[in-house]
Design a protein. Structure first.
Length: 299
């Protein structure tokens, strides 16, 4: 069994260096030895192998945004030195993303294929990464992850159920393929959940009564009377905003981890009079293969 060690280089946050090459695997066609650019303007070399178990695990999240999204998640995590992407299809476009801290080991084995990112200190070529973060384009579908370094919410995916949006928690949706987080898109300043059939639209009640409570409606269902459906944007840092305001997430009332942390777009100290809320950035990650879902409503 081969052991691969990774360590942080200099002061870079996401800078893994393989001390021993990772063996190639026929289950990762076209990936081994390739290069990819992440949203922190770093270039990475990709290697393939086989996955058995994990050590010092930070987080596993199912993703439909492919290996690029896995790199982006590691970029936003203090101390993340290696990302491991376990593919669920041969094209490497869907799978689960595992983040590891510096000094972790990854074991070679005989089960699912995985891809490891190794930072390239110098890389110049026609596909040299751009100088600014890449936000989803106007017609792109995207997933969201919560960014707040050092918090329990860091890099957790955004889910949808019962007419509300949450950081983490168990999603409740019928999807064309299994998905553990919600897929969104924007159109003319309006926010939508991606579904090929029944439309589901985002809203925010930023009034004194609503205090930034956020949810979605299904088909002809009406939002709260003081809610707005417009002024959603994704800024140049790939963060989803409402009326220029970033989000907060508040602890679930029942302390049930599976229920997730409800999302509010508010600048209040205690939106909805909730204690313990955390300021977050909602980072948008383009979904190259968006999954169509119908999310449960509160009707």
């Amino acid at each position: 069994m081969q052991i691969i060690d990774f360590a942080l280089v200099g002061l870079a946050v996401a800078a893994p260096v393989a001390q021993e090459a990772v063996m190639g695997a026929t289950t990762c066609p076209g990936i081994n030895g390739g290069k990819a650019a992440s949203n922190n303007n770093q270039a990475y070399s990709l290697d393939c192998g086989k996955w058995v178990d994990t050590d010092q695990l930070l987080r596993i999240t199912t993703t439909e945004v492919g290996f690029q999204g896995c790199l982006t998640a590691c970029d936003g995590t203090i101390g993340c030195a290696i990302t491991q992407y376990i593919a669920s299809n041969e094209a490497q476009t869907t799978g689960s993303c595992t983040l590891y801290p510096a000094g972790s080991t990854v074991k070679d084995g005989a089960t699912n294929s995985w891809t490891v990112a190794t930072k390239l200190d110098q890389y110049v070529g026609p596909d040299t990464p751009p100088q600014t973060p890449l936000a989803p384009g106007p017609d792109d579908k995207f997933g969201l992850i919560a960014i707040h370094s050092g918090s329990v919410l860091q890099n957790q995916g955004i889910t949808a159920k019962n007419g509300r949006l949450f950081v983490g928690g168990k999603q409740d949706a019928g999807c064309t393929t299994p998905s553990d987080f919600a897929t969104f898109y924007l159109k003319d300043g309006e926010g939508w959940l991606y579904g090929e059939a029944t439309p589901q639209q985002l809203w925010v009640d930023a009034s004194g009564m609503g205090q930034g409570i956020t949810g979605y409606t299904t088909a002809s269902q009406a939002p709260p009377s003081s809610a707005s459906r417009t002024t959603f944007t994704v800024d140049g840092d790939a963060h989803l905003l409402f009326n220029g305001i970033s989000a907060q997430a508040c602890p679930p009332a029942d302390d049930n981890v599976e229920s997730g942390w409800p999302i509010w777009f508010s600048e209040a100290d205690k939106p909805g009079y909730n204690e313990g809320c955390i300021d977050i950035n909602l980072r948008a990650i383009k979904a190259d293969n968006p999954v169509s879902c119908f999310y449960t409503s509160n009707e």
